[in-house]
Write a protein of this length. Sequence first.
Length: 127
Amino acid sequence: MDRQDARRLAASVAWGRIGLGVTAVLTPAVPLRPWVGREVAWRPRAKLLARALGFRDIALGLGVIMALHQDAPVRGWVEGGALADAGDVVATLVAFGSLPKFGRWAVLGSAAGAVAASGLAAPAVDR
């Protein structure tokens, strides 16, 4: 992958992360429902965790975007995002059997896809 493609891919993942983060902060039940189920998504403590994760995603995504715009090193931000997404994959796998059938696959696929995309982009993003 060349530098420009890697930077575009990193930016795409970052904007998706920011969008998910903003959604989690403003309407935490929306991203929670498919992941943990409708009955859990409305609980105040679940919303608290969703908002915290939302701010994490906003920070990681903005780190990538700002580094890209300032022509600063980006790889560490991309790898940090990949680590956060890998954590989502592991957490989903640990609870897999107790999660909603569609949601567990949707979250697993999107988080694993973000890990893979970040893994492709990271080595070339700062060349």
